[in-house]
Structures are given as C-alpha cells and as structure tokens.
Design a protein around this ligand. Structure first.
Ligand code: BG6
Length: 476
C-alpha cells in the first residue's frame, strides 16, 4: 500500500564503510599501526588472531584492504553514479595521531581526508564520519592497556578536537564510537579488543573491565560532543549503537522480563549517550557485583553536558532469549535460536520486521532523529565470465528492510534521516577478515589471501539501488 510513496525530501541515501576495512596503505603517509593492523584473517566460525605486534609470518587483510587510499577518486565516482547523497566512513585515528599520544597531528593524514572530503563534495555527497571505528592506535593498547586507562580519554578528545576544527566546514554529521555496545558480549575477545583495545589478563574480570572502559568512552564521547558543538553549532553528533532487538522466546512472563533485562543490558549505552546519566538498575548492578568503578562526580557532570543529537545504528539481525532463572543477561551464553527467522550463511538471523520494531523502539524511548548507518547481507558472490554479479539475494534483503523502514517512517511517524547500507563497495569483513563475505553493490576483484586485480565491477544491486535513490524509495 505504500508503493508509489517516497521517503521525505532530503532523505540521506548512501553507503557505509570504515577506514581500516577499505583504505589499506596501513603504513603510508605517516600512519601508525592500529588495532585492526594486528588482526589476522579468520574464516566462517574461525576467529581472527590478535597478534602481539605485526608478525611477518602472518597475513593481515587490513594492511592493503581494497586500496581505497589510492583509488578513492575512482570509487567515489561510482558512488556518485549510484546517486549517493551521503557517504559514511571513519577517520583512521592513526593517520592523524600515529601513536595516539603524539604531541602534534600528522599533516599528511589530515591532508588525505581533506582531499577525500573535497572529492565527495565535488558530487554533492555529504560525508558522515565516525571517529572511532575498531581502529584505535595500537600504541595506546601496548602502553596504556587501551580504554582501561583514563588517560585515553584525553588522547581521544584531542584527536576529536583536531579533526572537528580541521573539517568544520566539510563535515556536518559525526558519530563518536562505532557499535560501542558490542562489548556487552564481554567474554568475546574480539568485541573487547575491537571496541576498547583491551586484551584481558587471566586474573581480570572481563565484565568489570568492559564497564570501566565503556564509562571512559562515554565520558570521552560526551566531551567530544560538547567541544564539537562549540566549534560548530551546526554539527550533528551522534552515537552509534549495534541494534539487535532481543525478543522473548515465548509469552511466559519470566521470558518477557528476561528479554527486557537483556535489552537494558545491551542498550544502556544509548541511555547514557542520550539522557546523560546512568540507569538506576545498572548502578545497582555495579553495587551488587562490588564493581568499584572509577566514576567521578566530574564525569557524571560531563555526561550530562554532552548528549548526542541523533542515534546512528547498525541493523543486521535480531536475537532471542528465554528465562535463565536469574535476571542477568550474559550475551555469550543466553541467546537462543529464533524458530521464526532464517539465518545467513554466517548464522546472522535475518529479520526485516525487527527493523520496524527497532525503529519504533528507539523512537518511543529517545525521541531523537534516527539514522540507519549500517545494514546489509554478507554473502558469497560469483562474478560471471562477462563480469556481472547477479546478487538478487542482496536486492531481496535490502528491499525487505527498506520496506520495513518505509512502514516505520510513513505509517508510524518515526523520524529517520537516512540509510547507508554497509560495505557499499566490497571490503574486508570485520569479524572474519574475509573478502569473500561480501556486502557491496560494487564488486572488488580480490580474494581472501589478498590476491586479485582489485578491479571494480557493478553488481546487479548497483543498478537497483541507483533506482531506489533516484525515486526516493517510491518503487519499494
Ligand atoms: C558491524 C561493523 O559490526 O558490522 C562493521 O560496524 C562490520 O565494521 C559490519 O564490517 C559487518 O560485519 P562483518 O564481520 O560481516 O564485516
């Protein structure tokens, strides 16, 4: 019934990536080593190794990635051809402060983003920039233990301030920490390392480490929001939350209550970003656990002064849980299979209805503009001998999700400002390091071991998305 109706004028259609997953040039232009540079390739079900520094005997897919560092004019031209209104990427912190604690920023790194943003503006594409997307300086991990150290707040704020000032007339939309709530799964080495640069020692309590790191990150985010608004009052600075709705498996009251607690546990990060204070249930939880966190009155003041302007979020899948007998959600153990949804080859539960649910949930809870800054299907693509990729499965996935968005926006009245599908051009997967887990509408001829011509080809989804943008979603 919504066919023929389009999204509101000015809707930000585009695509999303992160610096470390596509730039390559990991040691060029004065760039320092980031956490992503010490992660080897994994496979479906095989975790990436985090090595102690760079081991010459290992393969690190992010080092060269898809060489966007050298090829961005060609790639941005393709984005423009698709009709992008915006392009989400991140600024690699290590291009600006190679070690993280350097006195002076690195001019070559600043210049790289200046040029790239100019290239985007040439085609009227609005940059949407994440400050920290799984790529903090590795030196901060080695010297300070990552975000377990309060000192890192100042390094991050300095980095944010430098780039806010430098790009104050080139970038309007910012986000602070990508998927800050992935680390809810604190038993996952991957989540703690990518979100917070933390490698737990055997005698440490991961849950406590996570809450401490997250607190410092939230303080750093709030400081950045405040400073950003002083530098340019027109800045829109958001948070970035990995939205995976958590459903109760049944209508049993205990399952409902448990699912609610699971949602609180996964999304309190957004509460702090938006409200500027901690929810009471969580403060009680810290006490029950005897977590004596370093959280000062000054910090709490800072949080209340740096509330975000919008909520950026990724949406790939939903989770389900059932009561475990205690009202504490442990993400590594408590998720159950939802019999009503199917899963991708990587086990991600595909659920477009959940996107409408998520949009309404965010809207009811926070009353802020929403921005879907990641969504997509990781799949194995086949390039035919005539250089085509017939990715109808990807078109189907996105059609279903855009349909859900449309219901939420046009029927439910949710204020959604844009949609940037993940990995609009094929890139290195964050979880596995694979090239073969592809999300793009542009195919990149590169194999998991880094071999390939790196040539770019338009997939069927390229032309399909071009039409979605051209018609502002009217034909979905
Ligand atoms: C999100 C991240 O977790 O999902 C991206 O913000 C990531 O960096 C994306 O690439 C998809 O995950 P993956 O592991 O399939 O690349």
């Amino acid at each position: 019934t919504l066919e023929g109706k389009s999204f509101p004028d000015g809707f930000l259609w585009g695509g999303a990536v992160a610096a470390h997953q596509l730039e390559g040039g990991f040691d060029q232009g004065g760039k320092g080593i980031s956490t992503a540079d010490v992660m080897t390739i994994g496979a479906n079900g095989v975790p990436r190794k985090i090595t102690d520094g760079i081991d010459p005997n290992e393969f690190y897919p992010n080092h060269n990635a898809i060489d966007f560092y050298h090829r961005y004019p060609e790639d941005i031209k393709l984005f423009a051809e698709m009709g992008f209104k915006c392009f989400r990427t991140s600024i690699a912190w290590t291009r600006i402060f190679p070690n993280g604690d350097d006195e002076q920023p690195n001019e070559a790194g600043l210049k790289f983003y200046d040029d790239m943003f100019d290239e985007l503006h040439k085609y009227n594409i609005e940059p949407v920039i994440t400050l920290s997307h799984f790529e903090m300086p590795y030196h901060l991990v080695k010297k300070y233990g990552g975000w377990r150290s309060r000192k890192v707040i100042d390094f991050f704020v300095k980095f944010a301030t430098v780039v806010f000032k430098r790009y104050k007339n080139k970038v309007k939309y910012w986000m602070t920490f990508n998927e800050i709530n992935n680390q809810t799964d604190y038993e996952s080495t991957h989540a703690l390392f990518t979100d917070s640069g933390i490698v737990p020692k055997p005698d440490e309590n991961n849950e406590k480490l996570m809450y401490q790191a997250a607190h410092y990150e939230l303080v750093a985010s709030a400081k950045a929001v405040k400073i950003g608004h002083e530098i340019n009052p027109d800045f829109q600075i958001g948070c970035m939350i990995a939205m995976t709705p958590i459903y109760p498996l049944t209508s049993k009251p205990e399952d409902i209550l448990f699912a609610q607690r699971a949602m609180q546990t996964r999304f309190w990060f957004a509460d702090v970003h938006v409200n500027g204070f901690y929810p009471q249930w969580l403060l009680n939880h810290f006490q029950e656990r005897n977590f004596d966190l370093d959280m000062t009155d000054d910090d709490l003041q800072v949080l209340s002064q740096g509330k975000v302007d919008y909520i950026g979020f990724s949406y790939y899948m939903s989770f389900a849980v059932k009561d475990t007998g205690k009202l504490e959600y442990n993400e590594s153990h408590d998720r159950v299979k939802n019999p009503y949804v199917k899963a991708s080859e990587w086990g991600w539960q595909v659920d477009p209805v959940g996107l409408r649910y998520a949009l309404n949930w965010f809207n009811d809870r926070y009353h802020l503009p929403l921005f879907i800054v990641e969504n997509g299907l990781g799949a194995i693509d086949k390039k035919t001998s005539d250089n085509k990729v017939h990715d109808d499965y990807r078109i189907d996935y996105m059609t279903d999700h855009i349909h859900a968005m449309k219901q939420a926006v046009l029927k439910d009245g949710v204020n959604l400002i844009g949609y940037t599908p993940w990995g609009c051009i094929d890139l290195v997967a964050a979880s596995t390091g694979q090239m073969s887990k592809r999300y793009g509408m542009i195919y990149v001829d590169e194999n998991d071991d880094g071999t390939g011509s790196l040539n770019r080809y338009k997939k069927d989804s390229f032309y399909w998305f071009q039409n979605v943008i051209k018609t502002n979603g009217a034909e979905i």
